[in-house]
Design a protein around this ligand. Structure first.
Ligand code: C2E
Ligand code: MG
Ligand code: MG
Length: 764
């Protein structure tokens, strides 16, 4: 394998040092130049003390050898691996770094070692070209042989990357220079990856900003555009040249201004100055801006640390409009367009400050008188039309005086003022009542929309919203209770009455089921026989706090609160139970409130009371009032028929008061009609009452309904009702309501002398 050593001479055309120099200037890693003299000759160096296989000892060598030795010395100083091969592919010389790189054995470092064998050793290390795909060593050799340099990277299986140059020599050999560039390679690779990541990032960024619905623009401290997205351009109709980085903000703002796409309340100067102020003070801002075009853009301006800013822009016109509608709906009544309850209460609260400043204000609460009837009989469409009509009338009188609201259902309210004096409030209300009293034409119907009205004045009756509302409500309640269709100004005594109602309600909550509630019985006498035919059960309540409370008072509270349902069930069961101890011909009459007709419970409750007591159904009489027909007529009639099917009797109570409509009386075949005490009490004095009683009795007789005269207190009254044909009588003249024990005695024949005497006198 060993060939002839290559002769090296400084002036030789094939001078390896020159080749080395050429390779170095061609970019190969080399330090060998440092060992060349300025004349290009190789300087003498100290003898190599190493005794190695390639013979470094200069002592036995000639000048040629010396030069070779110097060359070896020189290339040994090079940190890169250097090897020189002859045209016949034999090693001429290599340095220690080359030997080390491939861990070459001495044999393969000696002169004339075969290039292919050396390569074989490299291959054992896994040496492969990295970056010249399809390149193998034979091809590399071809290239070099053809007089061209080959540069490339080699990878060793341990992962190291070796930069390699094979530089051809003029004599057909070549010099190979190699350097471990793993670190540099890894660094470059990392840098490349970073660069690629940055590029990808930038692509992602531009994809992201251009796919945003929001317009985005970034400006630098010099107020020049850095970047903006398509949405921004679309939103402000920017021409392409204005999207270019560097476009002055002022140009873009001017462009927007000409399109009407700057704040509605600002001219060019002000608008530009306002943004300038944000920029200079590094302040952020965020919020909807109504453009001069009427569109609403949500604009956010965020300062950036470099003195520039980032802004986002979004057309929110639609959402804004929807939000406005929602806000409007939340504050107004959808049917009438008036303010709703919460808006009204807010306005009342806002008015507190004005009241404290001395304003006189009036709070007016209104409630339509027979709206439920209108709704039930004429339908909801007409009902709605009435409410709209009323709201129009309220506005026609009150607009300009204050705020009108619909609180719900048929309840309206107004906050009126400031007023000159309380009297002015009354004038306004009178006008209002007059206007509302006029019949309202809805389609083909003429409907009454009369209302009751309560008024509270500030500061006279209170300063705060809550108190004033309560006072106006109380006054309304009073007006409704006294004379529907009237108005009433709040008075302190109403408050007292209200507090009493609250006390009754609270007391009743614990009253049911304890002994504070009881039943008294008042006898009803059949005039023909002179005997007690029925006893009416009348509820009594002795409140531990309030003392004896009249049913006229507590029943209405119980009806309002719904407590009457439990009280009613208790009265039914107790009355039926107690009546079982009476003679069989004596019936028991129990008053039933219209509230007990709500739902479907009543029939079952009556059935249960009969079953529990074992009372004959025909001995139970239920007294109802005609107010039952004011509400849910069909349902109530249905319940009445079901009750009748149970076998119980039904009496129409308090006839002659209220609406006393013949129509009501004829709706149901009552077993009895009770003429109200209010009529009976005047029968002895008023001829018209006599006529009325006669008419009622005649009418009832025509329908085969017996009549009862309630509240007979005097013999004259008794005489009159008997003379005019009433069948039964009830009143203090015979007996007040009595406790169960006393009525028992009375019924067992121990009748009270007064009663017997009266009857005897009148039977005579
Ligand atoms: P009402 O059903 O018309 O009962 C007759 C009322 O007239 C009773 O009043 C009775 O005590 C009174 N009265 C009877 N004779 C005379 C008389 O000669 N002169 C005078 N001044 N009054 C007389 P009371 O017990 O105060 O009951 C008032 C109303 O309370 C009853 O009127 C009835 O509507 C209601 N009520 C009483 N108990 C009940 C009940 O258990 N359930 C229901 N739902 N209502 C009841
Ligand atoms: Mg009654
Ligand atoms: Mg009555």
């Amino acid at each position: 394998m060993m060939g002839t050593p290559m002769q090296l001479a400084p002036d030789n055309q094939n001078n390896p040092l020159e080749s080395l120099e050429r390779a170095a200037t061609a970019g190969a890693p080399t330090l060998a130049i440092a060992y060349l003299s300025a004349s290009g000759r190789v300087d003498y160096a100290a003898p190599d003390p190493l005794d190695d296989p390639i013979g470094r000892d200069p002592s036995n060598r000639g000048r040629q050898d010396q030069q070779n030795y110097l060359l070896r010395m020189a290339i040994n100083q090079i940190p890169q691996a250097v090897a020189m091969f002859s045209a016949d592919e034999k090693l001429i010389v290599c340095n220690d770094a080359f030997r080390g790189l491939y861990a070459l054995p001495a044999r393969l470092c000696a002169e004339s070692a075969s290039f292919w064998e050396i390569l074989g050793q490299g291959a054992a290390f896994g040496l492969v070209p990295v970056d010249s795909r399809g390149t193998d060593f034979a091809r590399i050799r071809e290239i070099v042989r053809a007089g061209r340099a080959w540069r490339g990277m080699m990878r060793i299986s341990d992962g190291r990357i070796i930069s390699t140059i094979h530089e051809p020599l003029d004599n057909g050999g070549w010099i190979s220079m190699q350097e471990d560039v793993t670190e540099q390679h890894l660094r470059e690779k990392a840098e490349m990856a970073q660069l690629r990541e940055a590029e990808a990032e930038s692509m992602r960024f531009s994809a992201a900003i251009n796919n945003m619905n929001q317009g985005l623009a970034m400006f630098d401290a010099a107020r020049k555009l850095v970047v903006c997205n398509q949405s921004f351009a679309r939103l402000y109709n920017l021409p392409p040249q204005m999207m270019r980085p560097g476009t002055p903000f002022a140009d873009i703002f001017r462009h927007r201004y000409h399109l009407g796409l700057t704040g509605r309340d600002e001219d060019f100067q002000t608008g530009y100055a306002n943004i300038g102020e944000l920029i200079d003070n590094r302040r952020g801002a965020n919020g909807p801006v109504t453009m001069r075009t009427g569109q609403v853009f949500m604009v956010s301006h965020q300062p950036l640390s470099d003195g520039g800013w980032l802004s986002t822009h979004e057309d929110v016109t639609e959402q804004h409009r929807n939000a406005e509608i929602i806000r409007y709906l939340a504050r107004h009544d959808s049917l009438t367009g008036l303010a709703n309850r919460s808006t009204f209460l807010e306005a009342m609260t806002d008015a507190e400050a004005r009241i404290d400043d001395g304003d006189i204000l009036a709070v007016i609460c209104l409630d339509l008188d027979r709206f439920k009837q209108v709704n039930d009989s004429l339908g909801h469409a007409i009902g709605d039309a009435v409410l709209t009509g009323v709201s129009g009338r309220l506005l026609s009188v009150l607009e300009g005086h204050g705020l009108v609201a619909r609180l719900g259902g048929d309840e309206f309210a107004a906050l009126v003022g400031p007023l000159e004096s309380p009297a002015e409030a009354m004038e306004i209300v009178e006008m209002l009542m007059e206007r509302l009293a006029e019949p309202l034409t809805v389609g083909n119907s003429t409907v009454s929309c009369a209302a009751s009205c309560g008024i509270a004045l500030a500061p006279q009756h209170g300063h705060d919203a809550h108190t004033l509302m309560r006072c106006a409500d109380l006054a309304l309640y009073r007006a409704k209770a006294d004379t529907p269709g009237s108005f009433s100004l709040f008075e302190t005594r109403m408050d007292v009455a209200q507090r009493r109602r609250q006390a009754i309600e609270a007391g009743l909550r614990t009253a049911i089921g304890n002994t504070s509630v009881s039943l008294m019985y008042q006898p009803i006498i059949a005039l023909e026989s002179g005997r007690v035919c029925c006893c009416e059960a009348l509820m009594r309540w002795r409140s531990p706090e309030l003392g004896m409370v009249s049913p006229a008072e507590f029943i209405s509270v119980a009806e309002e609160t719904g407590q009457i349902r439990d009280l009613g069930v208790w009265a039914l069961e107790t009355a039926c139970m107690e009546a079982t101890g009476w003679p069989c011909h004596v019936r028991v009459a129990v008053n039933v409130s219209p509230v007990q007709f709500h739902g479907h419970g009543l029939v079952g409750e009556v059935r249960r009371a009969l079953a529990l007591s074992g009372l004959e159904p025909s001995r139970l009489e239920l007294e109802i009032t005609e107010s039952l027909f004011l509400a849910d007529d069909a349902h109530n009639l249905e319940v009445l028929h079901q009750l009748r099917e149970l076998g119980v009797r039904v009496a129409l109570d308090d006839f002659g008061t209220g609406y006393s409509s013949l129509a009501y009386m004829l709706r149901f075949p009552f077993d009895k009609v009770k003429i109200d005490r209010a009529i009976v009490s005047t029968i002895a004095e008023k001829p018209e009452t006599v006529a009325m009683v006669t008419a009622i009795v005649e009418l009832c007789r025509g329908f085969n309904m017996p009549t009862v005269a309630e509240g007979i207190e005097t013999e004259e009254q008794l005489e009159q009702v008997r003379a005019h044909g009433c069948d039964e009588v009830q009143g203090y003249i015979f007996s007040p309501p009595l406790p169960q024990s006393a009525i028992g005695e009375l019924l067992r024949g121990k009748q009270m002398p007064a009663m017997t005497a009266v009857l005897q006198r009148h039977r005579a």
